[in-house]
Design a protein. Sequence first.
Length: 217
Amino acid sequence: MKRQICDIGRRMWQRSYVDGNGGNLAVRVAPNLVLCTPTMVSKGFMEPSDLCLVDLDGRQLAGTGRRTSEILMHLGILKRQPRAQATVHGHPPYGTAFGIAGLLPPTGLVSEYELFVSAVIAPYHTPGTSELGDEVASLAQGHNTILMANHGVVSWSQNHLEDAYFKLEIFEACCQTYLIAIQLNRELSLISGGHLQQLLELRRRFGVPDPRMISEV
Ligand SMILES: [Zn+2]
């Protein structure tokens, strides 16, 4: 698991989803135990020995480095969503730009996004604070991707770490694709209502949370 966290961190850095020491990852390894990334380390160059073990209140139990200062945001999700297995946070440029503008990419345009991502915007709170942790935790009910205004993106998965990373990657790809599409100066074609319903049905089968199907989350 530690190696997988390092691998996903490298993929995030290679795709410019993390800058400086930014971004962090967390994986539930027991009901009340979470493996997470350390603070002040590039996510592209972590070693398994850098990782930290914390409880759900953020108390560090093992690891030589200090746990990420943003752990409360991850723990907020992992506490409120007992089925959440992993959380991934980064500052991907296109998604973060949407967050600065206070926008989400429109729905009904990209099938992959409709299938796997349920996104919402969180108002700005200082990174690392319990206010941000509480805000994100409440929005994680019904959404697997939270765009934090003036900050970045956090995604979670009930399956595994790579799946949480996929949400972030699909979200970022949709933001980038939409920005390119509107520069083509043509009317954008929407996925039709019937086809959209098919995607929503597949999404329900994949267990993707959706506020339009809140009772099934
Ligand atoms: Zn951050």
